[in-house]
Design a protein around this ligand. Structure first.
Ligand code: PLP
Length: 400
């Protein structure tokens, strides 16, 4: 098409947003649909955070702020990185933008030239490869082993690096697998990166606070301080504080990179909502105890979903360390057919046949760059998850 730019023509629409919209439309049309596609906590934003936003409006904090964040929010982010990650950043090393998504995009737009490569371990969050393409770079997909939750192995990383490699993207705990890296695994990757000084690391720590079984969260700049000068540590309030709609993400990194990201924001979005920024100040500086309480609920849901999915014929589901996703394999169902004769030849067919037969919306693995799998978001009530898993079991049992 002539209307669409060449850059945008390389990009796919977001599959997770599409599934969520499809489930919403079916529900609106009166179908009994359980949507397990959306990547957001079902919990509400805590009240102290909402109050801080209301007070900000009353105080008249309704004007433009510094392009990449209020000084008060940058201070809260500096304190967060020190307190929770043992990372020292100055205020001029912090970037705040409308969501973690924009933070990542700003960094890619700021740094990628045509032909620059970005290593993206699959299965990946749907937006990474497409943001790289839109920014003019080339995503390089690499795959780990199912037995290690598809975590990137040092030898796979080494083989993927070329003189054009600009970034490695890490995401722990992962969307869509829920797998989280240990300090030893990150140290092994750092060992490879030390041999390739042209490669920067973008670590997307958005699910940091959603980690279970008493595991300690670690991020690469903490494990390998010698990589600090080429690491962008990305995080945000969306998932930890149930603030997806507020649109606040942030990152800490070397000042030269942060300066370039500010230049991008200055000519595109300008500042994220001033009101949301004040809410994020309260999120980061206020009480944190609800995070652990909600974590317990997420862990119980994870255990329920993993156990029920493993009881479904043909599904194999590992127990991930964190986030609120599972990424089960449907290898055992490929080639089978539904009672009305649809052959399950891919995870795309599986997801659409499941939605059709049982009204359960999941996202097909092809969207995350690895088939045949699907992703379930378990950020919903246990009773709903139980009903959904019963439907999935019935659907899998009906295949011949
Ligand atoms: N990174 C990962 C891995 C995500 O799953 C998401 C949201 O789905 C984001 C970043 C973006 O977060 P935000 O809503 O703050 O833009």
């Amino acid at each position: 098409s002539e209307l669409q730019s060449k850059a945008l023509a390389r990009v796919k629409p977001s599959a997770t947003l599409a599934v969520t919209a499809q489930a919403r439309a079916l529900k609106a049309a009166g179908r009994d649909v359980i949507g397990l596609g959306a990547g957001e906590p079902d919990f509400d934003t805590p009240d102290n955070i909402k109050q801080a936003a209301i007070e900000a409006i009353r105080r008249g904090e309704t004007k433009y702020t510094d392009v990449d964040g209020l000084p008060e929010l940058k201070s809260a982010v500096v304190a967060k990185f020190a307190r929770e990650n043992g990372l020292t950043y100055a205020a001029n090393q912090i970037h705040v933008a409308p969501g973690g998504k924009t933070v990542i995009y700003n960094a890619l737009v700021a740094t990628l030239s045509p032909g620059d490569e970005v290593i993206v371990p699959a299965p990946y969050w749907v937006s990474y490869p497409d943001m790289v393409l839109l920014a003019g770079g080339e995503p390089v997909r690499v795959v780990g082993e199912e037995a290690d939750g598809f975590k990137l192995r040092p030898e796979v990383l080494e083989a993927a690096i070329t003189p054009r490699t600009k970034w490695l993207i890490l995401n722990s705990p992962s969307n869509p697998t829920g797998a989280a890296y240990t300090a030893a695994e990150l140290e092994a990757l750092a060992g490879v990166l030390r041999r390739h000084p042209q490669v920067w690391v973008m670590t997307d720590d958005m699910y940091e606070h959603l980690i279970y079984g008493g595991l300690d969260y670690v991020t690469i700049a903490q494990v390998a301080p010698d990589l600090y000068d080429r690491t962008l540590t990305v995080n945000g309030v969306s998932k930890a504080y149930a603030m997806t709609g507020w649109r606040i993400g942030y990152a800490g990194g070397p000042k030269p990179l942060i300066d370039l990201m500010r230049k991008v924001a200055g000519q595109t979005t300008s500042n994220p909502s001033s009101i949301s920024q004040w809410a994020a100040v309260e999120a980061l500086n206020g009480p944190q105890d609800f995070i652990a309480e909600r974590g317990k609920a997420f862990e119980a849901r994870r255990d329920l979903v993993v156990s029920m999915l493993n009881q479904a014929t043909g599904i194999r589901c590992a127990t991930p360390e964190g986030a609120f996703y599972v990424y089960p394999s449907i290898e055992g169902l490929i080639g089978k057919a539904t009672p009305d004769g649809t052959v399950i030849d891919s995870d795309d067919t599986f997801a659409s046949a499941l939605l059709d037969a049982e009204g359960v919306a999941v996202v097909q693995g092809s969207a995350f760059g690895l088939s045949p799998y699907f992703r379930i978001s378990y950020a919903t009530a246990e009773a709903v998850l139980e009903a959904a898993c019963e439907r999935i079991q019935r659907f899998c049992g009906s295949l011949r």
